[in-house]
Write a protein that binds this ligand. Structure first.
Ligand code: ZN
Ligand code: ZN
Length: 157
């Protein structure tokens, strides 16, 4: 599917180092497993293949932009997703090395299971559904204690 990630091991051996930089359409990543995250931008990659004793080392980085839904407040927010790539491919007889799947999986592994718009997101009030990042609701003003204490209040002089 992606020719850029089909490497010729003999070419790497000849040139010792091959740089791969560029962009791929977002389709490269497929659909994420979670509905909380959508891929919204092309995938950027910057990779280096180097020939070493016994094989090929792949190093680099891959990143994209995602549109996430916050698991606490349900607001949408944009977030960068990036992964460091580091693989070693042992030398074998094949004339082609396809690194697409490894690169793709490394990025998919970085998808947060429960994305949050910020570390301090206050979320929604469980009682009234108010987004507590925007304004506070009155629910917390009601004492959580046993109703008996309310009955006792008027006794106080
Ligand atoms: Zn949030
Ligand atoms: Zn509330």
């Amino acid at each position: 599917m992606n020719k850029v990630f089909r490497i010729s091991p003999s070419q790497v051996e000849r040139e010792r180092k091959i740089q791969l930089t560029g962009e791929l359409p977002v389709e490269f990543l497929g659909e994420p497993d979670t509905e909380m995250v959508k891929f919204s931008h092309p995938v950027k990659y910057s990779l280096e293949l180097s020939a070493t004793l016994g094989g090929i080392v792949l190093n680099g980085q891959i990143s994209t932009q995602t549109e996430c839904v916050c698991g606490r407040c349900l607001n949408k927010f944009d977030s960068e997703l990036s992964a460091k790539i580091c693989h070693f491919y042992e030398k074998d007889d094949s004339s082609e090395l396809d690194i697409a799947e490894d690169v793709r999986e490394d990025l998919l592994l970085e998808i947060p299971m429960n994305p949050n718009c910020s570390k301090n997101c206050k979320g929604l009030c469980l009682k009234c559904g108010q987004d507590l990042n925007k304004k506070t609701c009155k629910c917390d003003d009601t004492p959580a204690g046993h109703p008996v204490w309310d009955d006792l209040k008027p006794v106080k002089k």
